[in-house]
Design a protein around this ligand. Structure first.
Ligand code: ATP
Length: 219
C-alpha cells in the first residue's frame, strides 16, 4: 500500500488534490475529520471548536494524537479499496510526519502543495466556503498558527513538490501524475461533473504554468 500525505498552507490546493484522488477511486482520509468527530463526541460544533479541540487532543494524547487516530482510518480505507494507494489530506507537523514514516516506512510519500499568499488569498476569496475565506487577516492568522505547529518544516521535508501557481487544470494533471493515475482514468467516474468540470476541455491549452494568465483564470 502506498500512503500519500499532503501538506500545504490554507488554500494551497490540498482539497483539490483530494478531489483528484477521489475521482480516480483512490480513497481519501482527511485528518481534520478526526477532529470534527471528536468535537461531535464532546457535543461541540466543529465549526466553532475545531481549533480548540485539535489543541486539546494534542495536550491530552501527545503531539501525534491526530496522526495516531488517523492510522486505523488509513488501514480501513486501504482494506476496503482495491487501489494501491490512499491519500491522507492535511499533515501539519513533523511529529505527524514521523508517526506516518514509522507506520508505513518507504511506502509513505509526503507531497508539498505550494502557492504564494496572494494567490491563496484570491482563490480562497473565490471559494467563499465561510466568512474567513475572504478575510485576509484571518488567513494571515491561520498561516501563522499552522507555521507555529511546524507546517513550514514539514513542507520542507516533503518527498515531492507540487507548485500550484498555474491553472487548475495544470494542477490537477500534476496531481494525477504524482498519484500515478493515467490521464483517461481520472475523470471517468465524475464524468465532467463537479470539480472535474473545471478541467480544461483542451488539455494542451494551459500546460504552461508560466503562461501570461497563469493563476488568473478564475477572474
Ligand atoms: N490552480 C488553481 N487555479 C484556480 N483555482 C484553484 C487552483 N488550485 C486550487 N484552486 C481553488 O482554490 C481554492 C482553495 O483550494 P483548496 O480548497 O484545495 O485548498 P486547501 O489547501 O484544501 O485549503 P484549506 O486548508 O483552507 O481547506 C478552491 O476553491 C480550489 O478550487
Amino acid at each position: 500500500m502506498n500512503v500519500i500525505g499532503t501538506v500545504g498552507l490554507p488554500g494551497s490546493g490540498k482539497g483539490e488534490a483530494a478531489n483528484v484522488a477521489e475521482e480516480a477511486g483512490i480513497p481519501v482520509v482527511v485528518m481534520g475529520d478526526v477532529i470534527r468527530a471528536e468535537c461531535r463526541r464532546r457535543g461541540l460544533d466543529p465549526a466553532e471548536h475545531h481549533g480548540r479541540i485539535a489543541g486539546a487532543l494534542r495536550e491530552e494524547e501527545g503531539d501525534d494524537a491526530i496522526a495516531a487516530r488517523t492510522l486505523p482510518l488509513i488501514r480501513e480505507a486501504a482494506a476496503e479499496s482495491d487501489r494501491e494507494a490512499v491519500l491522507v489530506d492535511g499533515l501539519r507537523s513533523t511529529v505527524e510526519l514521523e508517526r506516518f514514516r514509522d507506520a508505513f516506512g518507504d511506502d509513505f510519500t509526503l507531497v508539498a502543495v505550494r502557492a504564494p499568499f496572494e494567490l491563496r488569498a484570491e482563490r480562497l476569496d473565490e471559494r467563499g466556503r465561510d466568512d474567513s475565506d475572504s478575510d485576509l487577516e484571518a488567513l494571515r492568522e491561520r498561516d501563522a498558527r499552522e507555521l507555529e505547529l511546524g507546517l513550514g518544516e514539514t513542507l520542507d521535508r516533503a518527498d515531492v513538490e507540487i507548485d500550484n501557481t498555474g491553472t487548475l487544470a495544470a494542477f490537477r494533471r500534476r496531481v494525477r501524475e504524482v498519484l500515478g493515475v493515467a490521464d483517461g482514468e481520472a475523470s471517468e467516474e465524475s464524468a465532467d461533473g463537479g470539480a472535474a468540470g473545471d478541467a480544461d476541455p483542451d488539455p494542451e491549452s494551459d500546460t504552461d504554468p508560466a503562461a501570461p494568465n497563469a493563476g488568473g483564470d478564475g477572474s
